[in-house]
Design a protein around this ligand. Structure first.
Ligand SMILES: NC(=O)c1ccc[n+]([C@@H]2O[C@H](COP(=O)([O-])OP(=O)(O)OC[C@H]3O[C@@H](n4cnc5c(N)ncnc54)[C@H](OP(=O)(O)O)[C@@H]3O)[C@@H](O)[C@H]2O)c1
Length: 273
């Protein structure tokens, strides 16, 4: 039966073709959610859908969309609004860049702002329509906005990346104030360097992060997602910002205080040669 047409909760995940998004899809399918998977690479989404349906017996719908384009975001919005059992939205799609101003690729920077900020805002609004309606009956929804520890920091070649991630953190904090009363929990997930497809993307082709960042700073993607989902359901002292791992909690604490500006070196390693 198609998603949204049975009693099973639906989880919508953007950037589900790889990395964190693919892991959220697996975890939420294992919990019995039907899935709406969004990304540009449809063939990868179809493979993941077939695998998860075979393994967990859930229904999976794939939606190919480039979230840097408004008309494609609108298609996803309409689908989200039409899902009466929507329980989770994971705004995860994103990418990095490594050019310094003024020598940036303007189309890449613009697409980053559209994907990280505009799409996150618009898809969140759309998802809240069925979540709010459910509140009257069952009352719960979860929105995970994947930001980054970089959203608290600064570094060269990352002006728009850090700014868009700071937007996501700030947006999520105030959003929680709006939607807490209707039973929706919001999280801004702030991982540090994690081995996913992120550092192999075309927009990161000039980055030296993979070669220069020491091993001990890399996180495991599965653990990041597990920490996110655990924190999301925490009943005692719930928090919007989730920084999975002590070392990045410390980096954010010191790195965001001006007096500790030298820590910014962490985010200054991926220079354009
Ligand atoms: N890995 C890290 O070190 C790290 C650290 C902190 C935060 N993050 C954040 O984590 C999120 C997920 O990244 P990841 O690490 O899992 O990297 P990833 O493996 O490269 O996954 C990124 C996902 O985003 C999708 N995506 C990118 N641009 C898109 C667009 N314009 N429209 C639709 N989908 C798009 C990609 O799918 P398609 O290419 O198929 O469209 C892919 O599924 C990102 O927001 C990233 O900023 C990553």
């Amino acid at each position: 039966m198609p998603i949204g047409e049975n009693s099973r909760p639906v989880a919508a995940i953007t950037g589900a073709s790889s990395g964190f998004g693919k892991i959220y899809a697996r975890r939420l399918a294992a919990e019995g959610c039907d899935l709406l998977l969004v990304a540009r690479r449809g063939a990868l989404l179809d493979e993941i859908a077939a695998d998860l349906t075979a393994q967990f017996g859930v229904a999976v719908e794939t939606l190919v969309a480039d979230l840097s384009k408004l008309d494609e975001v609108e298609r996803v919005e309409r689908r989200l609004e039409s899902l009466p059992t929507l329980r989770y939205l994971v705004n995860n799609a994103g990418f990095g860049g490594n050019q310094r101003f003024p020598d940036v690729f303007l189309d890449v920077e613009t697409a980053m702002i559209q994907t990280h900020c505009l799409a996150t805002m618009r898809l969140t609004r759309a998802a809240l329509i069925p979540m709010k309606a459910q509140n009257k009956k069952r009352g719960a929804g979860f929105i995970v906005n994947v930001a980054s520890a970089a959203g608290f920091l600064a570094g060269d070649g990352a002006a728009d990346y850090t700014a868009t991630k700071a937007f996501i953190i700030s947006f999520s904090r105030s959003l929680q104030c709006d939607v807490g009363p209707i039973g929706v929990r919001v999280q801004a997930l702030c991982p540090g360097f994690t081995r996913t497809g992120f550092h192999d993307a075309e927009t990161m082709r000039f980055s030296t992060i993979k070669e220069t960042v020491p091993n001990f700073l890399w996180l495991d993607a599965e653990r990041v997602v597990d920490a996110s989902l655990k924190a999301l359901r925490r009943r005692l002292l719930p928090r919007v910002v989730c920084i999975p791992s002590l070392k990045y909690k410390i980096a954010v604490f010191f790195g965001s205080a001006r007096a500790f500006a030298p820590l910014r070196v962490l985010f200054s390693r991926g220079r354009v040669r």
